[in-house]
Design a protein around this ligand. Structure first.
Ligand SMILES: [Zn+2]
Length: 297
């Protein structure tokens, strides 16, 4: 399992066929804390890959670090691995206020059981988007041999509570959990962001691996989707959060992804496009696969 601090050498084939080696330090220990603005100190991580050119995925034939143990087959690289995908909110939440408003303990404070989530100006709900992408990503990951668990079976139910969603990942001893969302940010803001845990004791053992998962997810989602990194949330698309049961209570590597901003017209056009949703799912699956198959270095 990857540690909190690692270096990764990545082979990149340039446009003229020359193979160069890029070493990217991946250090997450000094990410911005909750609520800390990223706009004034964007370069806190020497490890941060250039936003426009995220490093290629490791594990290629020319990757000098790929000699360490890798899955037995390339067709089922995730055989034996368990992934939990958590499509945020639920379609029935809109008419079940009494249920989803119930307070639950999130590890630091009380939080509501669940929320409705946001929607586009055109009324396309976040819960619908989340479920569509989670379902597509499940197919991608199963095709690679993973066992995939979704935290809800459809988009017509209520909840489950955020605490229950987290328990599903913990009890499955999941190798990776991704909670899939889309944001309701300022209408002028664009892009996707990854939400990472803050150490509260309960999640202490998975801060490092979750950070690595978040970085892998960011680096895969960007080229797969063309969605820009958020210009209003996080540092290079990474934001630590200590107010979410989903990351406060996790005992397995887990992050959230806000796939875009539903309140921004440009993002909304992508988020509601079925073809783009396929790309978003592939980006998420790619990031998880990278996390689960790349040696910690
Ligand atoms: Zn959400």
């Amino acid at each position: 399992m990857p540690g909190p601090d690692r270096r990764r050498a990545v082979a990149v084939t340039t446009g003229v066929g020359v193979v160069v080696i890029i070493t990217a330090a991946v250090v997450g220990s000094h990410l911005a804390g909750t609520g800390q603005s990223s706009t004034t100190t964007p370069a806190t991580r020497s490890a941060s890959p250039p936003i426009s050119t995220p490093p290629a995925r490791a594990g290629t034939a020319t990757d000098p670090v790929a000699s360490t143990p890798v899955p037995a087959t390339t067709s089922n690289p995730l055989a034996g691995r368990v992934v939990v995908l958590d499509p945020g909110h639920n379609g029935g939440n809109f008419t079940a206020t009494a249920t989803i408003d119930q307070p639950v303990w999130n590890g630091r404070e009380m939080e509501t059981c669940d929320t409705t989530g946001t929607e586009t100006d055109g009324g396309y709900t976040e819960s619908r988007f989340n479920f569509a992408v989670a379902t597509l990503a499940r197919g991608d990951l199963e095709a690679e041999g993973a066992t995939v668990i979704l935290t809800r079976p459809n988009d017509t139910g209520v909840g489950p509570c955020v605490t229950e969603r987290t328990a599903i990942g913990n009890q499955a001893h999941a190798d990776a959990v991704v909670s899939i969302h889309a944001d309701g940010g300022p209408s002028s803001g664009r892009g996707f962001a990854i939400l990472l845990p803050v150490n509260d004791g309960i999640n202490a053992a998975v801060i490092g691996p979750s950070t690595t998962l978040g970085i892998d997810l960011r680096n895969a989602f960007l080229p797969a989707t063309g969605m820009p990194i958020s210009d209003y949330d996080g540092t290079y698309g990474l934001q630590r959060r200590d107010d979410l049961a989903g990351v406060n209570l996790t005992t397995v590597p887990k992050v959230f992804i806000e796939c875009g901003n539903m309140r921004n017209a440009t993002d909304a056009a992508l988020l509601t496009d079925p073809a783009w949703q396929v790309r978003a799912a592939q980006g998420i699956a790619n990031g998880i696969t990278e996390f689960l198959t790349s040696p910690p270095g």
